[in-house]
Design a protein around this ligand. Structure first.
Ligand SMILES: Cc1cc2nc3c(=O)[nH]c(=O)nc-3n(C[C@H](O)[C@H](O)[C@H](O)COP(=O)(O)O)c2cc1C
Length: 207
């Protein structure tokens, strides 16, 4: 019997993981261009194609961004802890058990050689969804080209750091997400997926 992963597209979907350790090699520009082009092919509300891509490939730039974000993000987490202590504990447990290597030089971008900040207009109510789709296209394209990625929500804090001006993002735009990419140096196991969340609404006995 054929399994879902017999199909190349499904195989890529199932094999993509959030990777948080990278080799230092920077992928060639033509590969980066293919990944970005895949992002541009995402659907968008009213076909606005709101994404803009700001790409950092210099180790020192990425490290400076990472440090500045880590400072702001930890302050924001502390503030949140007062209002939502349980949620904050859960976040901390999640981070300390994997996603953020607290002892690492680059807690936010995990030592990836490329960081792509994706922005959209501040006044676009669909931006979050559009950028999510764009990022997923990019991550799947990257996987199909032999690269690994991780979406980085913490990147949105870059707007509150003193290094933000270095990105040259116009005031009307804001960072929604960053995608880090490179050649992965780890092969994480997939997290088990929650399965009881598909409800066929018209298969129940009726009346
Ligand atoms: C919107 C969004 C934001 C995320 N932000 C971060 C982040 O800031 N740092 C990080 O290490 N991982 C981040 N992740 C990655 C998730 O932790 C990861 O996708 C999840 O644990 C599932 O693992 P998988 O992608 O390997 O299936 C983010 C994922 C999404 C979808």
């Amino acid at each position: 019997m054929k399994t879902a992963t017999d199909n190349e597209t499904l195989k890529t979907i199932f094999e993509r993981r959030a990777v948080r350790q990278y080799l230092s090699d920077i992928p060639d520009d033509d590969i980066l261009e293919k990944v970005i082009e895949a992002g541009r092919m995402a659907p968008s509300a009213m076909n606005r194609q709101p994404w803009r891509f700001y790409i950092a490939t210099h180790k020192d730039t990425i490290s400076a961004f990472s440090k500045a974000i880590a400072k702001v993000a930890s302050k924001a987490m502390l503030k949140n802890a007062v209002k939502h202590p349980l949620e904050t504990i859960k976040t901390l447990v999640h981070f300390t058990s994997g996603p953020v290597h607290l002892d690492s030089e680059d807690n936010i971008f995990h030592g990836a050689p490329v960081v792509i900040f994706i922005t959209a207009a501040r006044d676009n109510e669909w931006a979050g969804l559009d950028i999510g789709m764009c990022a997923q296209n990019m991550m799947l394209a990257a996987k199909s080209l032999g690269l690994d990625t991780c979406p980085v929500g913490f990147a949105k804090y870059i707007g509150k750091t003193p290094v933000y001006h270095k990105l040259g993002i116009p005031p009307a735009e804001e960072v929604q997400l960053a995608v880090i990419l490179g050649y992965g140096d780890e092969k994480p196991e997939p997290h088990p997926r929650i399965k009881n969340n598909a409800i066929f609404i018209d298969r129940m006995e009726c009346c």
